[in-house]
Ligand binder design. Structure first.
Ligand code: DOR
Ligand code: ZN
Length: 364
């Protein structure tokens, strides 16, 4: 079986900074990726719109130039969101929208994940000038939707978790205060979030990662498979079923690919584990496998249309840029994955340790 699809877009990924960046970009190009939204939680963060990189932060302009020089020139689209910090001003939004450098802003819950220490509480932003300016200029708000600062027992239990609390408590307030704000609920993991997005008004969409469509918390815990550890953490079977249903609903326009591919050269340490699953090189294969697990027959036109919408069409439509007119191909065949060799060291991709063979292969 051979799948021919338009080149796809990864609307949430991490290319980091420094010498390994070119390896990460190349791994994306090698898997038929036509463009990316590159996350701003670099070290230092992307916290200004224009100007040269400084010790305390990149600007969108300087980080995008760095990415282009590292091979990103080959992408049809490259979006770098502005990291929302206490230094973000309404003037930056106006300036960035007018110059065209600013297309999206990223909300991180303070200390909620890797390099999220510059984030601020959502309550401090709702109703404020920054969100109002974003509404006015149609700048997309990318949200890491987890309630910050919870104790371990409130962070994750069988009834609720940081994500369900965020979508039940914070999102309705945000949408009521900013009805015209375009929002991407990123890497959603729960039924609560999936149902919130499905029922939300038009300017609200969501990305879903391959790992959240494929796995549950049980897979992570059974053998403590740390390559599957990312944030928000994988959840329960009912949550996965809701995510699978969201992406396999005929004609859906709200859900699209954002891998959250997050390379870490050191994952497990003596005092914990870095959050992030690296899926450079294997993301479309994993998505195809997840669609099959969700009951989609990729040998049929209907099945292919579902995958194409999610991977190649809905994201560009949401972000207002054209889908790719070039194609890439995958064939149904077992294929190998290996650690990506980078100047910063090897980075093993997610299937490592999961006892999973890739059943699709990118046709080079
Ligand atoms: O698992 C994650 N890793 N979640 C995030 O939100 C950040 C990312 C990273 O940068 O490693
Ligand atoms: Zn991310």
């Amino acid at each position: 079986m051979l799948l021919t699809l338009p080149r796809w877009f990864d609307l949430h990924t991490h290319f980091r900074q420094g010498p390994a960046m070119a390896s990460y970009v190349q791994a994306h190009l090698d898997m038929g990726c036509a463009g990316a939204l590159a996350m701003p939680n670099t070290q230092p963060p992307v916290a200004r719109v224009s100007g040269a990189a400084e010790a305390d932060g990149w600007s969108i302009e300087s980080y995008a130039a760095e990415l282009r020089a590292a091979g990103g020139e080959a992408f049809e689209q490259l979006i770098v969101p502005l990291y929302l910090t206490r230094q973000t001003t309404e003037a930056m939004i106006h300036e960035g929208a007018t110059s065209g450098l600013l297309r999206a802003c990223k909300y991180y819950p303070p200390h909620g994940t890797t390099n999220a220490e510059h984030g601020l509480p959502m309550d401090d932003l709702i109703g404020g000038d920054v969100f109002r300016a974003m509404e006015e200029h149609r700048i997309v708000l990318c949200i890491h939707g987890e309630q910050h600062g919870l104790s371990g027992s409130d962070y994750l239990d069988a009834q609720q978790n940081a994500e369900t609390r965020f979508y039940r408590e914070r999102m309705p307030r945000l949408v009521a205060a900013h009805p015209n704000l375009r929002i991407v609920c990123e890497h959603i993991t729960t039924r609560v979030a999936a149902e919130f997005v499905a029922g939300a008004p038009e300017p609200i969409g969501a990305t879903i990662t391959p790992q959240h469509l494929l796995y549950t918390l049980g897979h992570l815990i059974q053998g403590l498979k740390y390559h599957l550890y990312c944030l928000p953490i994988v959840k329960f079977q009912d949550d996965r079923a809701a995510l699978r249903q969201a992406v396999t609903t005929l004609g859906q326009t709200k859900f699209f690919a954002g891998t959250d591919s997050a390379p870490h050269t050191t994952k497990a340490t003596a005092c914990g584990c870095a959050a992030g699953c690296f899926t450079g090189g294997c993301a479309p294969q994993l998505y195809a496998m997840a669609f099959e697990k969700a009951g989609v027959d990729l040998g049929t036109t209907d099945g292919q249309t579902l995958l194409e919408r999610f991977l190649c069409l809905n994201g560009p439509a949401f972000y207002d840029f054209p889908a790719s007119t070039r194609c890439f191909q995958m064939e149904k065949a077992r294929s190998q994955f290996a650690a990506l060799e980078t100047p910063a060291g090897p980075v093993p991709p997610l299937p490592t340790g999961m006892g999973l063979d890739l059943t699709w292969r990118i046709v080079p």
